[in-house]
Design a protein around this ligand. Structure first.
Ligand code: ATP
Ligand code: FE
Length: 335
């Protein structure tokens, strides 16, 4: 069966086709417009989704080398995300499925970041149940105990900002364009991670807090720039490396606590920040160091994409977990 997945929860319009866990196409149109504003502007995002959705879906079908009449079901992101953005994908998917007279499957975006691990990738094994999924993205930071495909429990989460937000906001303070996460990662590779010290906020063992880090970066930069106006440009690599080191070791501390609490050593990461080289390396090291089995998704399945939506779509399709045509977009969701 061919499942068409559609993702429009934030600022990426994406469509993908999957067949038995194998991705046949995975198209993403990233909206550039938000860079000028240093963050996603909801109204502009939903307008761009409206422009992109038809060509993106068309391209996904063409790349998969199938016709729209070959599609068995349409899976779409119901939430969580920006309401105006979600509405575009939701209404498009509902009408498309109705027109084609095929089932519609609603997908939770956060579940999809986790279930992306079941996409078949050569040379990679899928996680075994139960496993711990750490979802680290622009909007979320959570540790989830996954006992089955649709049986998940959040055991730790951020009490304020998401980790991706911490990267992006710290980057903004450093004058880097949005989204700063990938740039910080790039600079960090050239810098000394031990040069500057940033605080690790103290909260419950499996919870996260990042707003204090942002403030610490702000004060640190203000203080140093007052002494030397060129401080940032002269030390950008070391600042980024130190910042990334702090964030990555904080994430690893939380994972260690979760392993201790649950006794589960099967670990999977997901969400945009799992593209970060620091966390990827730390998880590879953890295999030897702590005897964990760690699953790190391919880059293109880390950040927002529709392949993960199609993957969940396929799992739900096989269980006949369909949505009715009354289904509505939902900005906030819990599982
Ligand atoms: P959510 O999935 O919670 O709705 P989102 O859709 O905004 O949030 P994703 O697309 O999953 O988030 O992730 C985007 C975030 O990932 C941004 O904050 C971005 O800076 C961050 N990011 C991407 N690549 C890297 C990297 N290499 N290092 C650090 N952060 C990164
Ligand atoms: Fe996401």
């Amino acid at each position: 069966c061919f499942i068409l997945g559609i993702e429009s929860s934030c600022d990426d319009t994406a469509a993908a086709v999957i067949n038995n866990g194998i991705v046949l196409s995975n198209v993403v149109a990233t909206q550039k417009i938000h860079e000028e504003y240093g963050g996603v502007v909801p109204e502009l995002a939903s307008r761009a989704h409206q422009q992109n959705i038809v060509p993106v879906v068309h391209q996904a079908l063409r790349k998969a080398n199938i016709d729209k009449n070959d599609v068995s079901a349409i899976a779409f992101t119901r939430g969580p995300g920006l309401m105006g953005s979600l509405l575009v994908g939701t209404s498009f998917s509902k009408s498309f499925a109705m027109g084609l007279k095929i089932p519609l499957v609603d997908v939770d975006h956060m579940q999809a970041h986790i279930l992306a691990h079941f996409i078949k990738v050569e040379g990679q094994t899928v996680p075994k149940f139960p496993f711990l999924a750490m979802t680290i993205s622009g909007g979320h930071t959570q540790i989830v105990k996954v006992t089955d495909y649709f049986s998940m429990e959040v055991i730790g989460q951020t009490i304020d900002d998401a980790v991706g937000e911490a990267f992006d906001k710290a980057g903004k303070i450093l004058g880097l364009p949005y989204p700063a996460g990938p740039l910080i990662d790039r600079y960090a590779k050239e810098g000394d991670p031990k040069r500057f010290k940033f605080p690790k906020p103290k909260v419950d063992p499996m919870d996260f807090s990042f707003s204090g880090l942002k403030t610490a970066v702000l004060y640190f930069v203000e203080r140093e720039v007052a002494k030397d106006p060129d401080f940032i440009s002269e030390n950008i690599e070391d600042i980024c490396a130190s910042l990334q080191f702090t964030i990555v070791s904080y994430l690893m501390d939380k994972l260690k606590n979760a392993v201790k609490h649950t006794g589960i050593k099967e670990i999977a990461i997901g969400g945009g920040v799992s593209a970060n080289s620091g966390i990827r390396n730390a998880l590879i090291l953890a295999r030897q160091k702590y005897g964990w089995t760690t699953h790190i998704p391919k880059f293109e399945y880390c950040t927002d994409n529709a392949a993960m939506i199609a993957m969940v779509g396929e799992l739900k399709f096989k269980k006949e977990m369909f949505a009715t045509n009354e289904v509505t977009a939902k900005a906030r969701m819990k599982f």
